[in-house]
Ligand binder design. Structure first.
Ligand code: ADP
Ligand code: MG
Length: 648
């Protein structure tokens, strides 16, 4: 490509000013690349025309209405790399970085639109073959300008560089000593989002910096597809850190500490791509999806940043690594320049229009550039404005104080100071008190949760007991109704006793082997039709012996009924409670709250009732069992129900 003079007029002039006050809009420059050989070969028409140095005219093929887009500068295909460097205003950003500001330049556009070319020139023609000086991009030109500028500053400056890429949502260090490995992105109040363990290399000469750039470029992920022979498959961020070497200087990589000095970051975004147009498959498609996702997140953040109510709305910078690392440049304290790149071909018009709309929106986003804390480094205009503001505030406060003195002449000097001290003391007390109350509230909440859990378990147990108790009247009434069928069926009827019983399973109520229920004589001993369907030992225990029990005897006329697992579990719980054996707790133990806590908070509310109810029901069941037992005494040779029951 031929070098050419500066474009008509001076589109950069407006960009060569410092931040215009507290809010500074993102500067957007548009670069239209020349038609590629392939596009010319296909006979593509150009849909874009530059009108003046700031406006782009879009003429859709097929005769739609023309559209116009206005940017800080519009650079057509005839512009050289030097033109772009001079017109885009990157020198202003370099200057601000030297003054301690955090500045970002990023290229944006469809894949193959010339983003990487604009930043670093054409792809390397071979290993170790340098880019011809006339084709070097904004980055190399800025490096040369910055080092020259630093050389003439008259005071020492420390320069460092880091270079990373975001590939498939993973941050990789392009300057790492070993092979690049994924690095975490962290956040701290002082630094915002930053990459942990990122290698930051100090350099002293342009050659050293160029070597770092070459190292990163050669390691960056790129692939070939239909629209670009050397398509970048990752977003790449090269950051230059500028600082004054002082004894207190903290390296910018130290987590939790803000970087000292300014920085200038160059971001080469991977291009948005339509997978169908690029013909991406497999790994290429995965990369394209991850690129598109992060660009979508970027677009979403930009849209929200445009919202006039944005102070209230949440900006989802955390949605992608890219938006995390650009958070400060987009909505924070940085100064940002966007170079939007487009192809002139009418075939690319949908993507071009989308880039133009995106870029138009971006130039309405504002940041609040913030320089170093030391007032000496502030731009003079900003410093003067702040001084004026502080003087006004001081005057206002003085007049208010005077008014107070005239209204309340008693409050003077020491008394005012006392009142202030007192207020401060009160504030501190409130803070401590609040902290204490918050802690107490947390404890109480956890106690309450435990109590609720306990209450649920008790309610369930009471419900179970009640269910069994209500089913008891269905037993045959002989005087008083025995609870357990075993107590109706004299144990003497079965000769096989535990541990000799084949099934070796005990009735949970009376502790008699359930082998009785599989006993051939069971039918004659227990009139089944008389047992209510809800009778314990009938539904819960009857139809089928436990899994370890032998199959029903051939003499049994009725087929065994399926018994659910819950039947067994419930019955076992009931039995264990009645015999007073230890039951495995099903809920965490009750908290041992302080005695002055309310019963509700300690989880006692509702539980006394339940516990009482539980006791009553247990008592009733025991009585019923005892009554049944006294009516049918077990024989000496058999273990009776009473032997299995421990006192209530
Ligand atoms: P992107 O990074 O947007 O995907 P590239 O920068 O890789 O696109 O450019 C795609 C191709 O177009 C490359 O071969 C590049 O050399 C060429 N190209 C881009 N912009 C220009 C330009 N202004 N002049 C000449 N060639 C260009
Ligand atoms: Mg690229």
């Amino acid at each position: 490509m031929e070098e050419r003079g500066s474009p008509d007029g001076d589109p950069a002039r407006s960009l060569e000013q410092g931040p215009e006050g507290p809010e500074t809009p993102i500067q957007v420059v548009l670069r239209v690349r020349p038609m590629s050989t392939a596009e010319l070969h296909r006979g593509d028409q150009s849909a874009l025309h530059c009108s003046g140095t700031r406006t782009l005219q879009v003429s859709p093929p097929g005769g739609g209405p023309d559209m116009a887009f206005r940017f800080g500068a519009v650079l057509d295909g005839a512009c050289t790399q030097e033109d772009v460097f001079r017109a885009c205003g990157v020198k202003r950003l370099g200057e601000l970085a030297l003054h301690g500001f955090s500045c970002t330049v990023f290229t944006f556009g469809q894949t193959g639109s010339g983003k990487t070319y604009t930043l670093t020139g054409p792809p390397p023609q071979g290993e170790g073959v340098p880019v011809p000086p006339s084709l070097t991009g904004i980055m190399q030109r800025t490096f040369a300008w910055l080092l020259d500028r630093v050389h003439h500053l008259g005071f020492p400056v420390t320069l460092r560089a880091s270079y990373l890429e975001i590939y498939n949502e993973q941050v990789r260090d392009l300057l790492s000593l070993g092979s690049p490995r994924p690095l975490p992105v962290r956040w701290s109040k002082a630094r915002g989002f930053y990459v942990e363990q990122l290698r930051v290399v100090e350099f002293g000469s342009l050659e050293a910096l160029m070597e770092l750039l070459q190292m990163g470029l050669s390691r960056r992920q790129s692939s070939s597809h239909t629209l670009n022979q050397a398509s970048s498959r990752s977003h790449a961020l090269l950051t230059l850190y500028v600082s004054r070497p002082t004894p207190q200087q903290v390296p910018p990589v130290d987590p939790g500490k803000p970087p000292v000095g300014g920085k200038l970051c160059f971001v080469d975004l991977a291009g948005s791509e339509k997978v169908a147009a690029t013909g991406s498959r497999g790994q290429l498609m995965l990369e394209a999806n991850s690129i598109n996702r992060s660009l979508l997140a970027l677009g979403h953040c930009i849209s929200l940043l445009l919202d006039p109510q944005r102070k209230q709305s949440h900006i989802p910078f955390r949605d992608s690594k890219l938006t995390k690392l650009l958070a400060d440049s987009l909505g924070g304290r940085g100064v940002t320049l966007m170079v939007a790149c487009v192809s002139p071909s009418a075939q690319c018009l949908p993507e071009t229009l989308s880039t133009l709309r995106y870029a138009s929106r971006a130039q309405r986003v504002t940041t609040r550039p913030q320089g170093p804390k030391s007032p000496g480094a502030k731009p003079p205009q900003q410093g003067a404005a702040e001084l004026l503001h502080l003087q006004e505030e001081n005057h206002h406060l003085q007049s208010q104080l005077d008014q107070m003195r005239t209204k309340a002449p008693g409050i003077h000097g020491a008394r005012v100071a006392w009142a202030q001290r007192n207020l401060y003391g009160m504030l501190q007390e409130f803070m401590l008190e609040n902290e204490r109350l918050r802690k107490e509230m947390r404890q109480l909440r956890s106690s309450r949760d435990l109590a609720w859990a306990e209450q649920r378990v008790l309610a369930q147990q009471v419900h179970e007991l009640e269910r069994h108790l209500h089913s008891a009247p269905a037993l045959p009434q002989q005087g008083s109704a025995p609870m357990c069928p075993c107590s109706m069926c004299p144990a003497a009827s079965c000769r096989a006793r535990p541990p000799f019983c084949p099934c070796f399973h005990l009735c949970p109520l009376c502790r008699v082997s359930l082998a009785h229920w599989a006993c051939p004589r069971r039918e004659c001993l227990v009139p089944q039709q008389e047992l209510g369907p809800e009778a314990p030992g009938y539904i819960s225990l009857s139809a089928r012996p436990p899994p370890s029990a032998p199959p029903p005897s051939p003499g049994s006329s009725k087929p065994p009924r399926e018994r659910s697992h819950s039947d067994w579990t419930q019955t076992q719980v009931l039995a264990e409670m009645l015999i007073g054996e230890e039951v495995v707790p099903s809920a965490p133990p009750m908290p041992t709250g302080s005695s002055n806590m309310s019963p509700m908070i300690r989880g006692e509310s509702g539980i006394p009732n339940l516990t009482q109810k539980l006791d009553t029901v247990t008592h009733q069941i025991s009585n019923s069992l005892n009554l049944g037992q006294s009516q049918s005494q077990p024989s000496d040779s058999m273990q009776g129900p009473s032997q299995g029951l421990s006192p209530p």
